[in-house]
Design a protein around this ligand. Structure first.
Ligand code: ATP
Ligand code: MN
Ligand code: MN
Length: 308
């Protein structure tokens, strides 16, 4: 262990056996939330968090001085990387690239120690990065879109998916919108998955052009919901369920059950401070079936034409 300013009487801070430096550093000033409290938050909800985080390449938002201060994106290792954060070399288009992964709560605490305030994950695991196991429809409200309309949008895509035999799940992002997640047994390629989600998003926009758009042009989004299907690419990421956001109020991206999704639930309403209580009170994990479901995408036209 490296030197610590603390005396013998106060043992150096650690959570889940991982040492923390500057445990009292304020990460969300307004809430008075410290680095140690963030680490303890994750340790306390690890059974909820880890199934959605472990073995997935990470895109990290690091904010060493706290939320709403200077933050930066990190996908690769840095000097002094903790042994609890794992590095893997994986093939990419041209050659190889390094990705970062965690396998346990120690890894998560090590991320907190490094100033990580947001953990984003790929939609595939290290077991097969070429074939996604989670697809995402990202509902982004444009200017002037009210919250109930976002909920209707998420329900609409759920209904469409259901009509072709696919179950889906929803989470608040901790920001402004919702993510609808479709778990799939890794079979289709990223290309096929991207084509599938694009087709569905475009069909929604074509049928209800006053409500939905698939164009990323900001000016064309006013009063509409941008259905961002572009998350469904190999190296695109989405915020991990139960990750905090580096935004005001220490919000947490939170899985909810479809039947509890109502305007009373706000996209940034669950926080480091109130989420543990919610989880304790829940009768069942709203995403319990997500990891059990065995479903595959309908074959795309391309796949039918050129069977492999
Ligand atoms: P909100 O509900 O406020 O939209 P969000 O997490 O969905 O929150 P988005 O900006 O819609 O935020 O992005 C969706 C996801 O895409 C993010 O969770 C993030 O993982 C990823 N993402 C967005 N922008 C970038 C970017 N510039 N580089 C890499 N990944 C990004
Ligand atoms: Mn979004
Ligand atoms: Mn988006």
């Amino acid at each position: 262990r490296t030197s610590s300013k603390k005396t013998k009487d106060t043992p150096p801070a650690e959570v889940a056996g991982v040492p923390l430096t500057h445990p009292d550093r304020l990460l969300w000033e307004e809430q008075g939330l410290t680095k140690q409290q963030l680490a303890e938050f994750y340790a306390g909800i690890s059974d909820w968090l880890l199934p959605h985080l472990v073995d997935r390449p990470l895109t990290l938002i690091r904010c060493p001085s706290g939320a709403q201060k200077h933050c930066f994106v990190q996908r690769h290792s840095w000097a002094g990387l903790s042994d609890f954060i794992h590095r893997e070399m994986v093939p990419d288009g041209k050659g190889e690239q390094e990705v970062l992964l965690v396998r346990d709560i120690q890894g998560v605490v090590a991320l907190v120690q490094s100033g990580v305030l947001e953990m984003h994950v790929w939609g595939a695991t290290i077991a097969d990065l070429a074939r996604p196991d989670r697809l995402i429809f990202d509902f982004d409200p444009g200017e002037g879109v009210d919250w109930p309309m976002v909920i209707e949008g998420a329900r609409a895509v759920r209904d469409r998916l259901k009509a072709i035999g696919l179950e889906s799940f929803v989470k608040t992002t901790g920001g402004k919108g919702l993510h609808v997640v479709v778990p799939v047994t890794p079979k289709a390629t990223w290309k096929e998955a991207a084509a599938f989600t694009r087709q569905m998003a475009e069909a929604m926009a074509a049928e209800e052009p006053d409500r939905y758009t698939t164009t990323s042009v900001k000016a064309e989004r006013e009063g509409k919901i941008f259905i961002d299907y572009l998350r469904n690419n190999r190296e695109a990421s989405a915020v991990a369920p139960y990750s905090t956001r580096s935004r005001e109020g220490a919000p947490v991206a939170t899985p909810v059950a479809w039947d509890e999704l109502s305007p009373k639930i706000r996209p940034n309403g669950f926080t480091v401070q109130n989420l543990p209580k919610r989880l304790e009170a829940l009768k069942a994990d709203p995403w319990a079936d997500l990891t059990k479901i065995d479903q595959v995408l309908p074959e795309t036209k391309r796949a039918r034409r050129k069977p492999k």
